[in-house]
Structures are given as structure tokens and as C-alpha cells.
Design a protein around this ligand. Structure first.
Ligand code: NA7
Length: 854
């Protein structure tokens, strides 16, 4: 007799529920697993349509938690078909006696949190009420078929099939007139089978899809060999990879090679017949529309090669959405179907379906009779299965209500107001943008570890904190913002279900990064969670380390290169290294004109570079001081960012050089910076700028100089400045703030590098001078308006913020931008790190504002 009071109730007996059951048992937690179907398998139980296959190779789509399975189970193909995957699930369930822990043909109808008892109360379709301390939805991301949303669907008297609810018995279309509605993965996989039998097949396509041949066959030899040689290493690579499948990461932009070369590289990827390979051919397919278009062109050329009728080929060619922003498909002879004489393609954007009738389908003035209609119209993805159950958390709030404007989760695993409630591969987790097996195992293990930790520490409840949930929402949005997903109507964006909120449901930051964040949350003592039990109450607001995904990717790539530390180099070597790195960066946007020249510095001529906008002048002038710790860099070393600011703000940027340490120590750079400002102000008109509209700007050490000369201008009665833009500035060399400890390692500008800079630039005594540490000024009153940008993971963050605070307290108008997830250098990396774009856009609008009304 199954217990009606258990530690954990799990809903769903797919791969997630099965593994969780195993782990709960292994660790002595009592559980009930409730499954609506009459067998295990989840997705692979329900999706039995002909041709259903996994798009991830079997080398990668299998459990890793039971190593014996690698010997006991041999996959017959590279991409396993549904019956084989279902057999695998059954095999594992039998081997581990999982069937005995699962209640089949039981649906959860209602679940409510009882805050007094600190338990869930779960009502099932059999009339039973089960109470449990914890409640886990392992219901899968694509398990609730969406309503086809076409008028008259219930009128049709012929056979009706839904791909996601395919009958268990074989369906024979021989001699039948069949309509298939939809051209997503399910349609693409099933179509060749249906076409082979049907007398007549009409395919109703709303959006053409990208698909590539699966090239099915034996397991890929290279993957198989790597797995055999070192299974653990292969699996770790999968777990830390962006998608959950080990794959070499591209470093080449699709725009950096000729079209011919790009197509030849894509052809190699194509030949591999792996779902994720095409998109991974170049580094910028997911983030740059022009780069993505190269892939789109290639994919479309392939359709035209196969489909004989050019008009049909064109109708089947996706236009208007970026590759990868709708789920790309894998097929076996899909496009070939359209060369068959009894197959017709109807583009319902041109010929809309008006109604399903008793005998067929009416569309655009035509009426066609069918014996069978197949709805391959997709799913209410990610949230459908979760909110379909009436789940009520604290204070009577239902999850459906809470998620009305979009799912809010912390880590895609938990949600505020619903204690002890967990989702496996829920919204806000990599889920459908990853190899599901890898993501499922990670979530199951996280939940297991959380339960074990709670038990060890005597906590009864766990609930995410609202701040953590908000941080996660913002981070997910940050990640989504740099991709092309949001421009496409896809089920990833909830766009396939009328009324569903439009957000990117899965987390796009990558499987490896996500795992690191989740692990960090647990290892640092449940960061972002509130825990209670045994009279104890713990709140750990965190936050977890949430970097911009492109910044983190860059750091990972740099870590792999094992670059020598700057502080171990001589200044000459460091300069050579920086110059060499600069040759590899993206050039930045075109500007109207670039002019190089010299100006009289404090001890001789120095160079400048003018970036002039294309628009009609005279323009406001921004005197710009480059970064480089007063040791490195030049008037051209921040070239891409100067171009970017010039173009965005429509101002003239004059980047001036100054003498560098150790050859010319403090205050040489300040003296030159000051001379530069005076010279520009005195020659503004000749330079083509506006003499009464001058501001200063600088990055890092250059930000320090900009702040210092702004004070000098105030103290010397001019030049009059309209503003100061300080990007991650050095403001106080007399002490190290907390951000040095937090961010002193691993974020390019390290504590050691900063110390190396200071040691070359100024003595300990000199660092206390106002011209080295502008924060130490007696008064900051009457300075020009400031915009101060600090990076969250910058050792200089706190001193930048301290300067902003001090200015503000002194009555100076200050705008502060705290660049979330950024490091000291990332905001300047124009065209390389898309996440910096929005920060630079704000900087540019800050610059414009300096001059408004002037
Ligand atoms: P998908 O990928 O959501 O595909 C559904 C298809 O049905 C897609 O082509 C839709 O066009 C089309 N559709 C949906 N509603 C309609 C209506 N009302 N009229 C016409 N056409 C419609 O679901 P699948 O089952 O194929 O694949 C799901 C996932 O399973 C897949 O991505 C893999 O992860 C495995 P639309 O694109 O919305 O214009």
C-alpha cells in the first residue's frame, strides 16, 4: 500500500522523474512518483508518431548516472528512434526496480502548500490526497499539445491525429487522403512516412523551417571513440559545454571569411549530420544577424538543391527568421517529399485555412476533402504542463496567476511563494536549448543535494528570495538580449500560443555556465534562498555571480589561452603584448572623418586623433584620455570605443596621448592631460568643434586623468567643461576597496596588475595626492556634471562608485551606470561583446545630455 505522506512527490516518470526516484531512494527519502501515462518514458512515451527520433546523437543522449548502462545497452543508431528510446527507459526502470515506485495513470489535479504544516497537499485524479514535504514537477517541456487554434476542428468526421498524442497501435495511411498541419520537427520527421503511404498528402505550412539531413547510421565514430577512451572526461566536457554536447567552439566570425569559404565550412558541418554543428560553425551565428544570414543562405541553397520545383523550393525556404531562433530540425528525406507527385504544399500565409469542415479543410477559396488530418501544431511549451495543474502556494496565490506576465523563477528550479517546490528543466533553465539528458541529470542532482543539505542542517523549508528571483530574471533577460531570439515568433518565446506572455522561456546563457551558477548557489550556503526549520531561520541574499554571458565566454576563452600575466612582464613587453592583441579586435564603426595630428604636451609634442561624426558640424568636443594604467596605451589604443562614442553621441572625440610611466612617472600624465585640454579649448574652432561645448572623458587610468583635469579646470578658472564621463575610473590609489578582494582575480584587471600599474606610475606618497587620487580632493563642489560607469566585477568598482557618491554629496549632478555582469575591460570591446552595447548607448546619451542647451 503506497504511503499517503511522503518526503517528496514527483510528477512525471520520464527520464527526469525516473532518475529522481532513483536518487531519492538511494538517499532514504520516501517518495511517490505520479505518472499520467501507463508506462515510463515521458516525451518518448507520448510522441509515437512515425519517424519520431531524437535529434541528439545517442552517444550524448543517455543517462550517465549508471555507468553500467554504457556496457549493458547498445544503441543501434546514431539518432535513436522513439521505440528504441522508450525501450531504453523501460530497461533502466526494470533494472533499477523503478516501476515499483511509480503510480501510473494518475494525474495531479491540484496541489496546495499548507503553510501551517509546511507541507504540500496533492490531490490526484484517483481521488487520493497525498501530503509531502517537497513537490517536484518533472513534467517535461513539451508535454502539453497546444490547441491547434483553427476554427472547426471538432467538426471533422474523419480520422484525427495529434503528433504529441499518437495512438499506441500502428496507424496505416495507405490509400488515404491526408492533411498535415504544421511544419515543425514533428511534421518534418513524420512526413516522409506519411507520404510513403498516403494516396494524397497536403501539407499546410505556416512558417517554413530550417532542417538538415540527420545522416543517420551507426553512432558517430569520433564521439564513440572519445567516450570509450575517457568517459568521465567526455561527460565533464558535455556538462560544462554551452549546449550539453561536447563540441569545439568556433572562434571565427562568419563575416570574416569569404562567402565561398563560409559555405565550404558549413558544408563540413552539414556532412556531420549533428543538430548543433551548423550553428557552431561560426562564433557569431547566434548574435549577429548578418552572420546568421550567411547560414540561412547556405541552408536555403540546400533546399533548392533538393526540391525540383523552384516555386515549391522557395516556399519551403525560411525567410524572415534567423537560423536557430526557431528550433532547427533534422530530417530524413523531408524536402524530398515535395518532389513526389501526390504531395502538395500549401502556404497558409498566402492561402489561409478558413475552417476545418466535416469532410476536409476549406482554405483560400478551395475546399479539399481528407480522410485524415494530422495536427503537428506543437506544444504549450515549458510552462503548459506546470500551470495546467492547479498549484497554489503561500497566501492562496496560484502559479498560473503568478506567471500571468511570464514565468518567474530562481535558477529555473524554484519560484518565490512556493516553498519546497521544484521544477526539472523549468522555464529559466537551459532545458530545450540543451541536451535534455545533461540538463535533467544536473537538475535532479541539484535537488537531491539541496534535500540532503537541508536534512543535514535541519531545515524543513526552502524558498527563493524575491531579490534572487529578480536578479535571475534580469540575468535571463541580459542573456536573451544579446541573441537574435527575441525577433522571432517561436515557441521559445511563447509566441505559438495565443495570449501567452512573450519572453524567452529557456535560459540561453549556456549549460556549463548555468551549472556553475547553480552549484555556486548551493555551495555558498543556499545563496538566494530563505530556509527554515527546527527553530532556525536562514536568509542568504547572495548574490550569485551572474556575469554577462559574452563576458564570461571571453574569460573562458582567455583562460584557455593561458596568457602570461601582465605583471610578470616588463613595460616594453606589456606594450608589445597589448599592441598585438589590438590587431585582433573588431575595428568599430565608421565615422565621418579621422584626423591625426600633434599638440604641445607639457614636455614636447604628443599625438592626438580626432574622430569626427559624419553629420554637419561644428560638433561638441570630448577630450578623451585612454586607458592603460598610465603605463600602456596611446591616443589610438581605444580606437573602437572612440569611434563608437563618436558615432552614437554625434560628438567629436579628440583622443590625446600623454606620457607614460615608468619613463615619465606621476605627474607627467596629468601635466600632459591638462595641456591637452587647454590646447583643445584654445583651438576648438580650428579643430572644427564648438569652443563652448567641451567635455572630458576617459577610461580607467584615462578616467582618472579626466576626473583630475576636471578639478584642475575648476580650480584654474577654465576651460569651462560641460561634463565628465568616467568609465571605470581610478579615483583613489591610497587604499584598496572591497571590490579589490571580490574581483581581484580572474577578471582581466587583477589586483596584481593594478598594483603593477600603480608601482610604475606613482610612489605610495604620491598616490595620496589629489592629482593621483581625485577622490581625496577637499571639495568636489562646482565640478561639471558627471556620468560614472562602473563594472560589477571590476576591482575598481567601489572607488568609481565612491567618487560618484562624493560628487553627488558635493552637489554635482551625477548619473551612475552600474554595468551588470561586466568587468573592467568588457564595456570597451565594441562589436566583440554585444552586452556592452547598451552600456555604451547610455554613455553616449549621457554625453549628448552634457551639451543640451549649451
Ligand atoms: P513546433 O515546432 O511548435 O511546430 C508546430 C508547427 O505547427 C509549426 O510549423 C507551426 O507554425 C504550426 N502551427 C501551429 N499552429 C498552427 C495553426 N493554427 N495553423 C497552422 N500551423 C500551425 O512543434 P513540433 O511538435 O513540430 O516540435 C516540437 C519540438 O519537439 C521540436 O522543436 C523539438 O524540440 C522536438 P509556426 O511556426 O508557429 O508558424
Amino acid at each position: 500500500m503506497a504511503k499517503s505522506n511522503v518526503d517528496v512527490v514527483v510528477v512525471g516518470a520520464g527520464f527526469a522523474g525516473m532518475y529522481l526516484l532513483h536518487e531519492l531512494r538511494q538517499n532514504g527519502f520516501s517518495s511517490r512518483v505520479l505518472e499520467a501515462g501507463d508506462d515510463v518514458g515521458g516525451t518518448w512515451y507520448w510522441n509515437r508518431y512515425p519517424g519520431a527520433r531524437c535529434d541528439i546523437a545517442t552517444t550524448d543522449y543517455q543517462y550517465t548516472w549508471d555507468p553500467e548502462l554504457f556496457e549493458e545497452w547498445q544503441w543501434s543508431e546514431k539518432h535513436a528512434a522513439q521505440p528504441e528510446i522508450l525501450r531504453y527507459a523501460q530497461f533502466v526502470a526494470k533494472k533499477h526496480d523503478l516501476y515499483s515506485g511509480i503510480d501510473f495513470e494518475v494525474r495531479v489535479e491540484k496541489a496546495a502548500w499548507d503553510d501551517a504544516a509546511k507541507k504540500w497537499s496533492i490531490h490526484t485524479s484517483t481521488g487520493e490526497t497525498i501530503t509531502s514535504r517537497h513537490y517536484v514537477m518533472a513534467t517535461g517541456c513539451l508535454s502539453v499539445p497546444k490547441d491547434p487554434d483553427i476554427s472547426g476542428t471538432d467538426r471533422f468526421t474523419g480520422d484525427v491525429y495529434v503528433t504529441g498524442r499518437w495512438p499506441h497501435e500502428e496507424v496505416d495511411f495507405t490509400g488515404k487522403r491526408v492533411a498535415v498541419i504544421g511544419t515543425g520537427s514533428s511534421a518534418i520527421q513524420s512526413m516522409p512516412h506519411i507520404a510513403a503511404q498516403a494516396k494524397e498528402l497536403v501539407v499546410f505550412q505556416r512558417t517554413a523551417n530550417f532542417s538538415m539531413p540527420a545522416q543517420n547510421g551507426p553512432q558517430p565514430a569520433d564521439r564513440r571513440a572519445r567516450l570509450k577512451a575517457d568517459r568521465i572526461a567526455y561527460q565533464s566536457e558535455a556538462r560544462m559545454s554551452p549546449t550539453g554536447v561536447p563540441m569545439e567552439m568556433a572562434t571565427v566570425s562568419a563575416l570574416s571569411v569569404s562567402r565561398e569559404e563560409a559555405f565550404s565550412m558549413l558544408e563540413k558541418s552539414w556532412q556531420k549530420g549533428e543538430l548543433l554543428q551548423i550553428g557552431a560553425t561560426f562564433s557569431d551565428v547566434g548574435i549577429n544577424r548578418a552572420a546568421n544570414e550567411v547560414v540561412c543562405d547556405f541552408m536555403r541553397s540546400k533546399i533548392h538543391e533538393v526540391v525540383k520545383d523552384p516555386e515549391t523550393a522557395e516556399t519551403l525556404s525560411p525567410r524572415g527568421h534567423a537560423y536557430g531562433t526557431k528550433r532547427p530540425c533534422m530530417d530524413t528525406n523531408y524536402f524530398e517529399v515535395f518532389n513526389m507527385p501526390h504531395v502538395r504544399l500549401v502556404d497558409i500565409r498566402k492561402k489561409p485555412i478558413t475552417s476545418i469542415t466535416e469532410t476536409g479543410i476549406d482554405f483560400a477559396g478551395e475546399s479539399q476533402e481528407f480522410d485524415a488530418i494530422v495536427y503537428a501544431t506543437g506544444f504549450d511549451a515549458m510552462t503548459g504542463a506546470i500551470v495546467n495543474v492547479d498549484i497554489t502556494g503561500k497566501n492562496g496565490i496560484t502559479l498560473k496567476k503568478k506567471w500571468e506576465s511570464g514565468p518567474l523563477t530562481y535558477l529555473g528550479l524554484t519560484t518565490v511563494g512556493f516553498p519546497n517546490f521544484y521544477m526539472i528543466t523549468g522555464p529559466g533553465s537551459p532545458s530545450v536549448l540543451s541536451n535534455m539528458m545533461v540538463s535533467i541529470e544536473q537538475h535532479v542532482e541539484w535537488i537531491r543535494d539541496a534535500l540532503l543539505d537541508m536534512r543535514a542542517k535541519g531545515f524543513d523549508t526552502i524558498e527563493p528570495m524575491p531579490e534572487a528571483e529578480e536578479d535571475w530574471r534580469v540575468h535571463c533577460t541580459d542573456c536573451a538580449d544579446i541573441t537574435l531570439f527575441q525577433d522571432t515568433n517561436s515557441w521559445y518565446m511563447g509566441a505559438n500560443v495565443p495570449g501567452k506572455p512573450r519572453v524567452l522561456f529557456p535560459y540561453i546563457g549556456g549549460v556549463g555556465r548555468y551549472r556553475r551558477i547553480c552549484t555556486e548557489a548551493l555551495q555558498r550556503g543556499f545563496v538566494g534562498f530563505e530556509m527554515q526549520g527546527n527553530g532556525k531561520h536562514q536568509m542568504n541574499p547572495g548574490p550569485v555571480r551572474l556575469m554577462q554571458p559574452d563576458v564570461e565566454m571571453m574569460l573562458d576563452a582567455m583562460a584557455m589561452l593561458e596568457l602570461p600575466p601582465i605583471e610578470a612582464m616588463s613595460p616594453a613587453e606589456a606594450r608589445g603584448f597589448m599592441d598585438a592583441s589590438a590587431t585582433m579586435r573588431a575595428p568599430g564603426p565608421d565615422v565621418g572623418e579621422i584626423v591625426d595630428g600633434t599638440f604641445p604636451g607639457a614636455a614636447g609634442d604628443l599625438e592626438y586623433r580626432i574622430y569626427r561624426p559624419a553629420s554637419q558640424g561644428p560638433h561638441p568636443i570630448v577630450v578623451y584620455y585612454h586607458g592603460g594604467g598610465w603605463v600602456l596605451g596611446s591616443h589610438t589604443s581605444d580606437d573602437p570605443m572612440c569611434r563608437d562614442l563618436c558615432e552614437r553621441a554625434d560628438v567629436m572625440i579628440i583622443s590625446v596621448n600623454y606620457r607614460h610611466a615608468p619613463e615619465a612617472r606621476f605627474p607627467a600624465a596629468v601635466d600632459d592631460a591638462w595641456e591637452a585640454l587647454k590646447w583643445v579649448a584654445g583651438n576648438a574652432r580650428q579643430l572644427g568643434g564648438s569652443a563652448d561645448r567641451i567635455a572630458v572623458a576617459g577610461w580607467s587610468a584615462g578616467g582618472n586623468l579626466a576626473a583630475v583635469v576636471a578639478q584642475m579646470a575648476r580650480d584654474n578658472g577654465g576651460p569651462a567643461l560641460c561634463g565628465q564621463l568616467l568609465l571605470t575610473p581610478v579615483t583613489d590609489g591610497s587604499r584598496q576597496s572591497a571590490s579589490y578582494d571580490e574581483n581581484g582575480e580572474g577578471y582581466v584587471l587583477t589586483k596584481n596588475v593594478m598594483e603593477w600599474f600603480w608601482n610604475h606610475y606613482a610612489s605610495t606618497e604620491d598616490r595620496k595626492q589629489v592629482k593621483a587620487s581625485p577622490l581625496l580632493a577637499k571639495s568636489l563642489a562646482n565640478l561639471p556634471p558627471a556620468m560614472i560607469v562602473t563594472g560589477q566585477f571590476d576591482p575598481l568598482r567601489d572607488e568609481g562608485n565612491a567618487y560618484a557618491r562624493a560628487l553627488s554629496e558635493a552637489g554635482v549632478q551625477v548619473k551612475r551606470i552600474q554595468a551588470r555582469g561586466h568587468i573592467h575591460t568588457s564595456i570597451t570591446m565594441v562589436d566583440m561583446l554585444p552586452s556592452g552595447k547598451s552600456v555604451r548607448a547610455k554613455m553616449a546619451s549621457g554625453l549628448r545630455e552634457f551639451f543640451v542647451g549649451k
